[in-house]
Design a protein around this ligand. Structure first.
Ligand code: YXS
Length: 262
């Protein structure tokens, strides 16, 4: 009987911490799994740990199905607030004092794309796909998630991903600058290990300082309080809408949603 309890297996090899997230059947990012990952990261600090690699179990067809839909609030509350577990782990990875590499095989959905994008480097198998699906579920994608997309690629590609919610093949993601490399699945682990060991041989202090410098610079976006309030009120229109309830209902009933636009 395979263990269905969410877990993060940590294996340390020559200063590189391989973290395998597992939450059967589709690695949905439940609060419990995110707690396990947060704990694993808290125990993976330099100089003992030089690089973290985030992966799914070998051979996974689904890297992660994204936020656990069953954990999205339905009662008119913002489903993606600052303290949502997924938002917290994204910030923790961005602030983690070592480089974090996402090693991706299988399909990546919704908030799991943001989890992967929060990593410093991404190596993907050629058959991997990435789909950002709020439009499919009627969910109000949050400000930081949208900004994180705009930081790594261009507006038209961001709009294609967000408006269509289609799974985008790894090759196109790399062509738009989102992935560092795309390799045949049989080469994925070795390619990632080689990249990690190159990084691990460098100065951990310099990595830590440069990573934080880049995080601060990437977030240096002047935004007026009025702009922030306007975006939040637009998002409230979505999570207060019938369409949001319809998206969650359709997911639960395993049918395509019928959005009425209100
Ligand atoms: O019917 P059972 O009980 O076996 O459960 C099914 C699915 O309901 C469940 N499951 C999930 N449960 C919670 N949260 C999820 N995200 C989720 N996805 C799936 O897992 C069991 C097996 O699913 P099934 O039969 O569909 O498996 P499959 O192999 O045919 O297909 C795997 C997927 C991942 C392609 C498919 O399950 C799928 O498309 N899942 C939804 C992916 C998605 O749209 N994720 C976005 C979640 S919302 C989110 O991340 C953010 C809030 S946002 O929208 O802002 O990005």
């Amino acid at each position: 009987m395979t263990d269905t309890k969410p877990s993060v297996l940590v294996e340390v090899r020559r200063g590189i911490a391989w973290m395998t997230i597992s939450s059967p059947p589709v690695n949905a990012l439940t609060a419990a799994l995110i707690d396990e990952l947060s704990e694993a990261l808290n125990n993976a600090h330099p100089p003992a740990i030089r690089v973290v690699i985030l992966r799914a179990p070998a051979g996974s067809h689904v890297f992660s199905a994204g936020h656990d839909v069953n954990e999205l609030p339905r009662n008119g509350r913002d489903p993606l607030t600052y303290n949502d577990p997924l938002r917290k782990i994204v910030r923790q990875i961005e602030a983690h004092p070592t480089p974090v590499i996402a090693m991706v095989e299988g399909s990546v959905w919704g908030g799991a794309c943001e989890l992967v994008l929060s990593c410093d480097l991404i190596v993907a198998a050629s058959e991997a796909t990435f789909a950002i699906t709020p439009a499919r579920l009627g969910v109000p994608y949050n400000l930081s998630g949208t900004l994180n997309l705009l930081k790594v690629t261009e507006m038209h590609f961001v709009k294609e991903m967000l408006f269509t919610a289609r799974p985008i093949p790894a090759g196109r993601m790399a062509a738009y600058g989102v992935l560092n490399s795309v390799v045949p699945s049989e080469e994925l682990e070795q390619t990632t290990a080689d990249l990690a060991s190159d990084i691990a041989s460098g100065s951990p202090l310099v990595h830590q300082v440069m990573k934080e410098e880049l995080r601060v610079l990437a977030n240096a976006h002047p935004m007026t309080p009025e702009a922030h309030e306007r975006i939040q009120s637009l998002r409230r229109d979505v999570y207060d809408s019938d369409d949001y309830q319809e998206g969650l209902r359709a997911f639960a009933e395993k049918r395509r949603p019928v959005f009425g636009g209100s």
